[in-house]
Each structure stands twice: as C-alpha cells, then as structure tokens.
Design a binder for this molecule. Structure first.
Ligand code: FAD
Length: 336
C-alpha cells in the first residue's frame, strides 16, 4: 500500500530537479514542491525591467555566478545543455584584486554560464516533468513520520526527498526526528548579498570576473554582460558573508558600501545608473559532507543538495540530487 503513495520532492533547485528527473525516468509517481513561483532555487536569474533604458530586458544572474565541471557524468549532462543552446562556455580566466585594486589574472577551470541566465538551465531540466507534478508557490511547513508514511503538511507520501538548504529543512522537520536534526546541524551556512549595478554603456573595463581577496566588503565582481555573451554594462558584486549577515534585514542598505568597494577596483569614477540587492540568508554551506546524499530506510526521508557530494557547488547539487533519485528508485522497486 505504502508504495502506491507518491514521493514528495521538496525543492526545485538543481538537486531537487535532478532527483525528480530520475524518478520520472523510472515512472515513479512524485510531486515536486517549491515555495518559489518558478524553478531554479539559488541558480536565480532576474530580468531587469527599466523601460526606456538600454539595459531594459537584460537577464542577470543574482544567485550562483557560474558552474564548473569535473565529474564525467555531469560533463555528459552539461554537454547536452550546450547542445540544446542552454549552457555556454564562459571563460577560464578571471582577474584577482586586493582592496588596492587589480593585482593580476588567474587561469583555472572552464566556467560555464547560460545565455538566458542560469535559471534557464533548471527550466530546461524540468521540461520533461509533467506540469501537473510540479507544485510551485507552495511553502512546506511541516514534515512528520506517521505509521510508515511521511506526512507533508497533512498529505501522506511514501517517501520524501528533502532538497533544500539544511537550515531551511530544519524549519519544517518535526522535532521528534532527533537524529535528522542532528544530521542537519553538522554544517554551517553563510549569507551573501548580490548587488547588481548597471553602468553607462562603454564604461566598463575589459574583464569577465574579479576575485577580490582580503576585502571586508566584497569577495567577487562578475561582468554579467560577458556572462550572457553580450556587452551590456551590468556588474554583479557579492558582499562579504560577515557584512551580508549584518544586512539581512536591510539588503538594499549595503549597496552604497558595495559600490564604494567596486568602483575603485574597476577604475570607475561614475556611479551606476541603476542598482538592486538580492539577499541570500543561506547562500552556501561553509563545508560539505563527502557522501553523495542520505536516505533513511526507517523514516523514508532522504536529503540532497550542495551540503553533500563535497559541495558547495552546482555540480555537487546535481550529483547529490541525481544519486538520491537513484537510491529512491532502487528502494521503490525493491518494495514492489
Ligand atoms: C550568491 C551565490 C553565489 C554562488 N556562486 C556559485 C558559483 O559560482 N558556482 C557554483 O557552482 N555554485 C555557486 N553557488 C551555489 C549554487 O547556487 C548551489 O550549490 C546550487 O544552486 C544548490 O542547489 P540546491 O538544489 O541544492 O539548492 P537550492 O537551489 O537552494 O534549491 C532549494 C529549493 O528549495 C526551495 N525551498 C526552500 N525551503 C522550502 C520550503 N519550506 N518549501 C518549499 N520549497 C522550499 C527553495 O525555494 C529552492 O528553490 C552560489 C550560490 C549563491 C547563493
């Protein structure tokens, strides 16, 4: 009987959608639930709406900046996104700066971006999932285990895949799940505020991104136009986690400090024409478990995300969610 109940996948970011795709592939019934209006999670992109300006319509990455690829299975998936025109190779070279200014360049692995913003990759991934199985704008408030079912906000499921940041999962998991809470307490998370700034056309120097070291205000500056593959003069700077934590109640309030840090590093004197701030209370785990994911065969609750699989990256989220989908499918089929 239990098996006839669907599985609930909570979270439609990279890990939740990767998990859901495996369940879909195995014809296992599931609901993919997210509190957001759209899929994507921290691979978040926003279209700037400022009619009459040259940057009206520009899509900005306001969450993850890019992703890298190491795992051969992930590489195969990424190649399929490239073939579909969704993902693109961005760059392997960024500048490095200190508070005094640019200090050099650093070449590393290829960084991938998306012409339509990173969220479009999750949308592309979710396309195979029938829309009636996706429940957007649905905030999960409680998960408890009752009589071999997992009960999500009063509805019974055979199992649940929790694919949200650990501190957010703790908010809805019943206090009686003591060992689960202990598991989620293992990892600390840090905040980031992403400040978007739009400058006058032609003002930006040539750069793709700048790693900013030893700066109390910012850690990273991305050229969002180059990330999209165009010359739109849009910059996204990430505020240092310690400063971001102090501004969670007022993210916009950190914009002047962030701009005062960005302008000298980029050699700019003119302030931007437009700016905005996006708050990520749980932007990234500060460490991650080596295990790919977890599934408890007693409670029937599983966990995936970027605090697993070596995190804290898009690639880890994919590996973790994909693996949880495989484990759930195996568990489901063994019980038939
Ligand atoms: C500012 C920033 C910069 C980053 N830069 C990079 C980078 O350069 N490279 C890189 O590889 N990674 C980067 N990351 C990390 C990357 O974004 C994550 O590793 C990845 O997107 C995590 O995916 P996920 O599915 O695990 O979690 P998420 O994307 O967070 O998905 C979780 C989903 O759960 C939903 N949810 C939460 N609570 C509930 C609830 N109660 N009910 C219903 N739904 C809920 C959320 O709405 C969300 O959609 C960055 C992240 C941030 C925020």
């Amino acid at each position: 009987m239990t098996n006839q109940l669907p599985i609930a996948v909570i979270g439609a970011g990279m890990s939740g959608v990767a998990c859901a795709r495996v369940l879909h592939h195995h014809n296992i019934p599931f609901h993919l639930i997210d509190r957001g209006r759209v899929v994507g999670g921290r691979m978040a992109s926003r279209r700037i709406r400022e009619s009459g300006t040259p940057f009206d319509g520009h899509i900005t990455d306001i969450g993850a900046s890019y992703f890298t690829v190491q795992d051969p299975d992930f590489a195969t998936v990424v190649n399929s996104w490239i073939d579909a025109g969704t993902a693109r190779e961005w760059t392997d070279t960024f500048h490095v700066a200190t508070p005094a200014g640019i200090s050099g360049i650093r070449t590393g692995p290829m960084r991938y971006s998306a012409t339509e913003g990173l969220r479009s990759i999750i949308e592309h991934q979710a396309k195979v999932i029938p829309t009636e199985q996706i429940q957007p704008s649905t905030q999960v408030e409680s998960i408890a285990v009752e009589d071999k079912h997992v009960v999500v906000d009063g509805e019974s499921f055979s199992a649940v895949a929790v694919c949200v940041p650990d501190p957010q999962a703790k908010q809805f998991l019943d206090a009686s799940l003591v060992s689960t809470h202990k598991l989620l307490d293992q990892i600390q998370w840090e905040a980031v505020i992403a400040v978007t700034a739009v400058f006058e056309s032609g003002m930006l120097p040539k750069f793709d991104g700048v790693f900013v070291n030893d700066h109390p205000v910012i850690t990273w500056i991305a050229n969002d136009g180059h990330r999209r593959g165009n010359e739109d003069p849009v910059v996204v700077a990430h505020v240092h986690p310690q400063l971001a934590a102090q501004h969670l109640a007022d993210p916009v309030g950190v914009i002047p400090q962030a701009l005062d840090a960005v302008l000298p590093i980029l050699g700019l004197t003119e302030h931007p024409q437009w700016s905005s701030a996006m708050r990520w209370t749980f932007a990234k785990p500060t460490s991650a478990r080596d295990e790919l994911c977890a599934f408890d065969e007693i409670t029937h609750i599983g966990f995936a995300g970027d605090s697993w699989a070596g995190g804290p990256k898009v690639e880890a989220a994919w590996k973790s969610g994909h693996e949880l989908g495989i484990r759930l499918a195996k568990w489901w089929n063994q019980r038939l």
